[in-house]
Design a protein around this ligand. Structure first.
Ligand code: DC
Length: 223
């Protein structure tokens, strides 16, 4: 039987890095779906298209091919065959991704690609609508979160490490804005699926969070 693990959660809950580590421990691939929305956000900014212009963004999404491949260093994300993996992690692209992800037509296209990938291979998929929409029949579902201050602190340190330091207050404010946007959009807003296991990492270390998820997956698989 296909092993599909779904992890949803808000921005900077540690989803990407935790998902990477969990997938490695389980020996399966990790699909970071946020990277796909970020790729579209980047393409919009590069083309000078306002992410808030739904009509133009939907047109761009229909025209552009967003794809992913896997190398020894994990997922690479492409737009029209161009590797944009290293360019999509900026706060500006994150905000653009959050905006373009509001549009139903964009989500339909992204979900279609994600479902196809997950049907082909055992995979851990992380995002905002994975438990609810992309993989409603996933083997195990998680909602990974932490309180806003803690997530903002992690985000602040992550940006600093990458040489993109911003004042903490600005990071917290951006995070609140993205939470608000992701949780209140009319199409598939971020919310915990009723059958998802809640993992609150506010008081957990990275390793403890990874171990908690791996343990629950193993328990569910042996039930
Ligand atoms: O996880 P992330 O920060 O890389 O995601 C960037 C944006 O993409 C996020 O603000 C909301 C959107 N997103 C989404 O709507 N659905 C997903 N499955 C993944 C991300």
């Amino acid at each position: 039987m296909r092993l599909n693990i779904a992890i949803d959660g808000p921005v900077s809950a540690g989803k990407s890095s935790v998902s990477d580590a969990v997938a490695k421990k389980l020996g399966i691939l990790h699909l970071d779906t946020g990277a796909m929305y970020r790729a579209l956000g980047l393409a919009a900014l590069e083309a000078g298209i306002d992410p808030g212009d739904e009509e133009k963004i939907v047109e761009l999404c229909r025209k552009l091919k967003v794809s992913v491949t896997y190398g020894a260093d994990g997922q690479h994300t492409f737009v029209e065959g161009r590797d944009v993996t290293g360019m999509i992690r900026t706060p500006e692209v994150g905000m653009a991704a959050s905006t373009v992800s509001r549009y139903a037509e964009v989500r339909k296209e992204m979900v279609r690609i994600q479902q196809r990938l997950a049907a082909e291979t055992d995979m851990l998929v992380d995002g905002r609508d994975i438990c609810t929409t992309v993989l409603p029949n996933a083997t195990v579902k998680f909602f990974l979160t932490a309180d806003q201050e803690k997530r903002a602190k992690r985000r602040y340190l992550e940006l600093k490490e990458k040489g993109m330091e911003e004042p903490f207050e600005k990071v917290l404010e951006d995070l609140k804005k993205r939470d608000e946007q992701d949780m209140n959009r009319p199409v598939e807003p971020l919310r915990q699926a009723p059958d998802a296991v809640l993992v609150d990492s506010t008081n957990l270390t990275f390793d403890e969070t990874v171990d908690t998820i791996v343990r629950i997956v193993k328990e569910k698989c042996h039930e």
